[in-house]
Design a protein around this ligand. Structure first.
Ligand code: UD1
Length: 429
């Protein structure tokens, strides 16, 4: 299993190109199931999760082509997805277990084919993460849903799903995406209230509109979707990854460096930029993206994760790494996932001073972290250890980096090009 070896202490300087957003790309890939025409996606990140989604789609019968070639089991910057000949309506446990976003095929399959069988994803490292809201929303649209043998068995009424009003009792990104996709092919109007407002939802809505859907309320928590008999093909470019951009902003900050994040958008990162300003990290807009600068004199700030436009849970671990070396204390509260402090014991092994009380972590800044062998069990926790390693004295080895590879494209190459002393070490299992 690959490791990353990092020798800390170099301030990062230079430019990093931000890749397309994984969390936008995955629902966009699933959206191809809504039409029998070709959906072409561009600006895809080169990541394992994107390949997993291509594989899931291929086993449903989608023809996946990259540069005109059959692309089963691989991925590329742009991909053509042709769901004209779907022969299998089951998303198997094997693939769903690997990647929870697989559940995003449920809404599109059910809406277009009247039935679907999708494995329940089960728990994951950061919490129980149920899919009850996806199910309740589809039931509100007339679907009959049974759970059998670990699978969701969904059946639309005779004549297809029907538009409905649905109020999310809790904000959910995935459930909003699933229901929005299903509603594009339902009979009549669907109104989704307390819908998630993440930029990735807007990206999906814009792609669906390009495919012929009628959606209003993009960027708000009330989405109105008028169902159509059919959608058509389109070409769509995935938006830049705000979480990757936020992560590299924190990498610049923790090393007292200066990075230009090419393609990063201020509008998607407002709460993060505000929080960083409180910690004395300067973020300004440039012609190409965002410029992040820090002299390394960081100050502790309190952070609470919230649905967009609040501070994203996907940047909580990275922010905690930053706060480990800030002056003063910082209270970090996680409100989205119940078990998302797995980086704490590892950061502590590097000399951090952190106490966890329920869903809050009190971080007391220390002057220096020291390198250590560490490992993490989820994607964002892993990258927080990379950030800590970049700032630490001595050598840090981050083990089991396959989590990291699921969400960050060539992270070591991008950081090393800006002066980080780090490399990937290949190892046999
Ligand atoms: C998406 C992101 C993930 C991010 C998360 C929150 C993708 C592929 N993943 O995950 O990176 O951390 O949003 O911003 O886009 N919940 C329920 N019932 C449900 C669905 C969700 O109780 O049916 C709960 C979850 O357990 C969690 C909260 O709602 O506590 C938010 O989860 P949700 O927004 O659905 O996250 P995902 O879409 O899975």
């Amino acid at each position: 299993m690959d490791k990353l070896r990092i020798r800390g202490g170099n301030p990062l300087k230079g430019q990093i190109s931000i890749s397309g957003a994984k969390n936008a790309a995955l629902p966009l890939q699933a959206a191809c199931l809504l039409t029998d025409e070709k959906l072409t996606l561009t600006n895809l990140p080169l990541l394992a999760d994107i390949t997993t989604m291509n594989r899931l789609l291929a086993q449903h019968g989608v023809e996946v082509h990259i540069n005109g070639r059959d692309a089963f089991g691989s991925s590329g910057r742009s991909v053509e997805l042709d769901a004209g000949d779907i022969f299998n309506l089951t998303a198997p446990y094997d693939l769903v277990r690997k990647m929870r976003a697989s559940v995003l095929v449920l809404g599109p399959l059910l809406a277009r084919f009247g039935q679907a069988k999708v494995s329940l994803p089960g728990g994951c490292a950061i919490g129980t993460r149920p899919v009850d809201l996806h199910i309740k929303g589809l039931q509100a649209m007339g679907a009959q849903i049974d759970i059998e043998g670990g699978y969701i068995l969904a059946k639309a009424p005779e004549g297809g799903l029907v538009g409905a009003e649905f109020v999310f009792p809790q904000v959910s990104v995935g459930a909003t995406e699933n229901l929005m996709m299903a509603a594009t092919l339902a009979k009549g109007e669907t109104i989704l209230m307390n819908a998630a407002r993440e930029p990735e939802i807007g990206d999906l809505a814009r792609c669906l509109i390009a495919m012929g859907a009628e959606i209003e309320g993009i960027g708000s928590d009330r989405l109105v979707i008028k169902g159509k008999d059919r959608l058509h093909g389109a070409t769509y470019a995935v938006l830049p990854d705000r979480i990757e951009a936020g992560t590299f902003a924190m990498a610049a900050a923790i090393t007292g460096g200066e990075l230009e994040l090419v393609g990063a958008r201020m509008a998607d990162l407002k709460s993060v930029v505000k929080t960083l300003a409180g910690a004395h990290v300067k973020v300004t807009e440039t012609a190409n993206g965002l410029l992040v600068a820090s002299n390394g004199d960081l100050v502790g700030v309190d952070v609470m994760t919230e649905p967009f436009p609040g501070f994203p849970t996907d940047l909580q671990a990275q922010m905690m790494a930053l706060m480990c070396v800030a002056k003063g204390a910082s209270m970090i509260t996680e409100t989205i996932f119940e078990n998302r402090f797995m980086h704490v014991p590892e950061l502590t092994r590097m000399g951090a001073n952190i106490t966890v009380h329920g869903s809050s972590a009190l971080v007391r800044g220390v002057p220096k972290l020291t390198g250590a062998p560490v490992m993490a069990t989820d994607l964002r926790a892993s990258v927080s250890l990379v950030l800590a390693g970049l700032a630490a004295q001595g050598e840090t080895t981050v083990n089991r980096i396959y989590h990291l590879d699921r969400g960050y494209e060539r992270v070591e190459a991008k950081l090393a090009a800006c002066g980080a002393d780090m490399e990937r070490v290949k190892e046999e299992d």
